[in-house]
Design a protein. Structure first.
Length: 436
């Protein structure tokens, strides 16, 4: 997906130039794999009439995931949030459970939805995952468990968290939504803690349209997961406990199998894109690329940068809008942190504790497009846009156009004055926020 023409970005789109890309480049654009194989499987499902309830494609999908991860059991579910809820219920978590604030809201929601208090913990500034030292500080007499998140596909400090859980008698669950196909210390993710939950949402590099899976090496837990997934019913068809409907459909399982068949291809593309971003962003002041672990297996499905506005001259939010004007639909993850979300910030006590690393990352991190829809040439252009925005922070004001100069002038002047004449002053005068 190349830009309309090669140019040196004398004028950014935000200042009236043409967008670099004709079509929007999205973070998490779905990978489809072999569409012909998928359609044959869909046709097979429709012909069989077996659309759900532990059909053959569901069983095959679970077997393939178990084989890839090396876990003894895989239980496919309709989505990862339901997977977390089932795992939390089966593990007997209650009271308070420690989670990182720097994660997608579903990690905390899966607890709160069941009347369990998520205790928000800070993260490590390098790995962006749970800081074991802060976990220790968060433990109270009401704490029953820890949920770690393998953010961006890089594992938590599993060894430290397992030691804490064992010493304090806590349950340990991992949200592995980002980490399918990844390894840690020579072992595939899917084998840590008492259970791990994967996501196969459409935006993940390997998807089942909508879906998830729980993996565990505990036979009894696996049985509990399966029962809770199916309304709490045993083989006699009677609900012996309160469960839910967490079943994955055959159509989703068929898509999941098709994605698995192209897994290596997707990872190869993602890795090439990640290396291209390293090449083209390496010398950009104020920009720090999150470093993936290249020593083991990684899916490279997220390209994350931190924007230091004091050095770059632009904030993360400003750079995001500059990129979006060029049809580069960068996303801010996770902003704000869960402890600052409306759903949680008005709750009292420990939920409102300050988390300085989380708050800094929530203001700085930006996810850039990757996946099969883009390539090295696109990434070079994205790098040039970013370099231009940062390198010309004080001069963009001179490039404003009459059509955009007067729009929302009072608002722009107010914000521009606050920023003291840097890029935001010029960019806002030409309509940085208009229509966004």
């Amino acid at each position: 997906m190349l830009p309309q023409k090669q140019e040196n970005f004398r004028r950014l789109a935000i200042t009236g130039g043409r967008p670099a890309f004709d079509e929007k480049l999205h973070v998490g654009r779905p990978n489809l794999g072999d569409k012909e194989r998928l359609l044959r499987r869909v046709s097979d499902v429709l012909e069989s009439g077996w659309l759900t309830n532990n059909g053959p494609y569901l069983v095959e999908f679970e077997q393939r995931i178990a084989a890839l991860t090396g876990a003894r059991h895989c239980i496919a579910v309709c989505n990862a949030t339901i997977g977390l809820e089932i795992a939390i219920r089966a593990l007997g978590m209650s009271g308070e459970v420690i989670v990182p604030s720097f994660t997608f809201a579903a990690t905390a929601h899966a607890l709160q939805w069941q009347g369990i208090t998520p205790v928000f913990c800070d993260v490590d500034p390098v790995t962006h995952s749970l800081d074991p030292r802060d976990v220790e500080r968060c433990i109270t007499s009401r704490t029953t468990g820890i949920i770690g998140v393998h953010l961006w596909g890089n594992a938590c400090d599993t060894n430290a968290l397992e030691k804490i859980a064992q010493r304090r008698g806590l349950k340990l669950l991992f949200d592995a939504a980002h980490a399918f196909g990844c390894s840690h210390d020579g072992q595939m993710i899917g084998n840590f803690g008492q259970a791990e939950v994967f996501s196969f949402h459409a935006t993940k590099f390997c998807n089942s349209f909508e879906g998830g899976a729980i993996t565990t090496n505990d036979d009894e837990l696996a049985d509990r997961f399966r029962v809770l997934r199916n309304f709490g019913m045993l083989q006699d068809g009677v609900a012996h406990e309160v469960g839910t409907n967490g079943k994955m459909s055959e159509i989703s399982a068929a898509m999941g199998i098709t994605s698995l068949e192209s897994l290596n291809e997707f990872v190869t593309i993602n890795r090439a894109n990640y290396l291209a971003y390293k090449k083209h962003l390496d010398a950009t002041p104020g920009l720090k690329l999150f470093q993936h672990n290249e020593g083991g297996r990684n899916n490279f499905q997220y390209v994350i940068v931190e924007v230091d506005d004091a050095v770059a001259g632009v904030s993360r939010d400003e750079l995001q809008k500059i990129l979006q004007a060029e049809n580069v639909m960068a996303k801010s993850y996770f902003s704000p942190g869960c402890h600052r979300l409306n759903a949680y910030r008005r709750r009292g006590g420990h939920l409102n504790r300050r988390l300085p690393v989380t708050e800094r990352l929530a203001d700085r991190t930006l996810a850039l497009p990757t996946g099969a829809a883009i390539g090295e040439k696109d990434i070079r252009i994205i790098g040039e846009i970013i370099a231009t925005a940062i390198g010309r922070a004080g001069r963009v004001v001179q490039e404003r156009t009459p059509q955009t100069r007067g729009k929302q002038a009072e608002e722009y002047a107010r914000i521009g004055a606050r920023w003291g004449g840097e890029l935001i002053w010029g960019a806002l005068q030409v309509g940085l926020l208009a229509g966004m």
